[in-house]
Design a protein around this ligand. Sequence first.
Ligand code: ATP
Ligand code: MG
Length: 273
Amino acid sequence: MGVEAVPAVELENVTVAYGRTVALEDVSLRVAPHEFVGIVGPNGSGKTTLLRTILGLVRPVRGEVRVFGMPADTVGPLRRRVGYVPQIAPVDIRFPVHVFDVVLMGRFGQIGLLRRPTAADRDAARRALERVGMQHLADRQIGQLSGGQRQRVFVARALALEPDLLLLDEPATGVDPGARGSLYELLNRLHQEGMTILMASHDVAVVSQLVDQVACLNRRIVLHGRPEEVLGDEALEGCYGRGAIFLAHGRLPHIVVKTHPEGGTPPARPPER
Ligand SMILES: Nc1ncnc2c1ncn2[C@@H]1O[C@H](COP(=O)(O)OP(=O)(O)OP(=O)(O)O)[C@@H](O)[C@H]1O
Ligand SMILES: [Mg+2]
């Protein structure tokens, strides 16, 4: 069997719980190599948990997770193949650390093994910065960047290990609309270059224009398919609940307001078990 035949990510009937809170229930999902998949869903619907499960940071109570055909909690070889841009910045941006060093840290994996960076590490960090168009700011302190520039640096940090799969958790949070466009352009270019990307996002309209496949998550996968198939108003209501209002935005829906018609009860949150 050729390498291309193995899915980049494969979840089979995965259930994840934090104590009594079931965060993911019976989730099955496949990401093919070179595919760009978007995960949308309301707050608390399990998007971050899904990414952390794929990274092997959270262990499911049931089901199987494979990344490039290997169990997700396989340490070592998998870690180098998966880049991760977490929802919360992995460094304190008030700390006086240079952009280049933030990217270099990406070479040490998620655990941060203590070793001295080699020439190869520094070359890879430089290449990653070039890929996101930030090489000219390598010596700037991370706290002195705009939100959009900072997110590009965190993408570079995830690219420093030269991964085959990139996981991004709400990468456009805190980025103004102009810079957001160029961040999405960057992701689009990485996708065109062959990167497999799985991105959690609230921005349904943008996601639907970037991705090959979209999954609507609300503890379970409510819908999964090509954006134009999945993202009709009715279907989205099934994911976000009846309180969500969708405005047509050209052909694509745009979530602008979420109302809470039942007097503050968040919509469509399945009962905790
Ligand atoms: N470490 C944790 N311990 C206990 N419960 C958690 C933990 N992390 C997440 N949860 C719960 O699991 C559920 C899913 O959370 P998760 O962070 O995966 O959602 P999300 O879709 O990423 O939300 P958001 O859009 O706000 O980022 C929520 O009910 C959350 O409160
Ligand atoms: Mg999240």
